[in-house]
Design a binder for this molecule. Structure first.
Ligand code: PGA
Length: 250
């Protein structure tokens, strides 16, 4: 009932021509993959060209961040309308690298989510604890604060348009994946929060992706968990072969 999503987060990798080449290679893979949705998130500079290459295919294009204002004096920032104009349908919001490199807060995440929804984009909201928080037993508390803060003021219909990504910070780019059981436990907690806030229908429909060192050799175990509805993948999404293997996880 929940259609899985395999999303590649390219971070600060790939020029325009590299992005277009990748999209061309992955289009037939996505066309064959009726079992899941395929999303790629190129850097800002390659979004328009990637969207043009993906036009009419089953590859959806996501941005990696955005500003909450419609326009204004924000040097270096990009608005939701600009992302739509470039051909994006999705936007990653609150990635841990934004939270840690740029001090992004739950309140800012919340403003971005609202602006993305207003512009018709699908937000992929990232949450996740750092290692010290996990080791001190604070994972539940941290995820609850990020969930509540990031989604403050949203209605159930708003929530039904959101994708959540659980990305334990200690597993991102480290080669240390959460075990499928650990991930499923966090997803279960997040789904419970969704149930309390938005009701049973929304909670059972929301897609919760796992992210953090997902690779072709561990994606099967993760996706076998009922609670895990897809993956947000960094490193292993950069090569056509490994991204193909991720999309074809079954
Ligand atoms: P990784 O990154 O797959 O390289 O760990 C995941 C992410 O940051 O979304």
């Amino acid at each position: 009932m929940r259609k899985p999503v395999i999303a590649g987060n390219w971070k600060m990798y790939k020029t325009i021509s590299e992005a277009v080449h990748f999209i061309e290679m992955i289009k037939p893979v996505a066309a064959q993959a009726g079992h899941c949705e395929v999303v790629v998130a190129p850097p800002f500079t390659a979004l328009a060209a990637a969207a043009e290459a993906a036009d009419g295919s089953k590859v959806a294009i996501s941005a990696q961040d955005m500003h909450w204002d419609k326009e204004g004096a924000h040097t270096g920032d990009i608005s939701a309308a600009m992302l739509v104009d470039a051909g994006c349908t999705h936007v990653i919001i609150g990635h841990s690298e934004r939270r840690h490199d740029h001090g992004e807060t739950d309140e800012q995440v919340n403003r971005k989510i609202k602006a993305a929804l207003e512009a018709g984009l699908t937000p992929i909201m990232c949450v996740g604890e750092v290692l010290a928080e996990r080791e001190s037993g604070l994972t539940g508390k941290v995820l609850t604060a990020q969930f509540e803060g990031g989604l403050a003021g949203l209605t159930a219909p708003d929530f039904s348009r959101i994708i959540i990504a659980y990305e334990p910070v200690w597993a991102i780019g480290t080669g240390r994946t959460a075990t499928p059981e650990m991930a499923a436990e966090a997803h279960h907690l997040l789904r419970g929060l969704a149930r309390e806030r938005f009701g049973e229908n929304e909670a059972s429909a929301v897609r919760i992706l796992y992210g953090g060192s997902v690779k072709p050799d561990n994606v099967g175990g993760l996706m076998a968990q009922e609670e895990i509805d897809g993956a947000l993948v960094g490193g292993a999404s950069l090569k056509v072969d490994s991204f193909t293997a991720l999309v074809n996880y079954r």
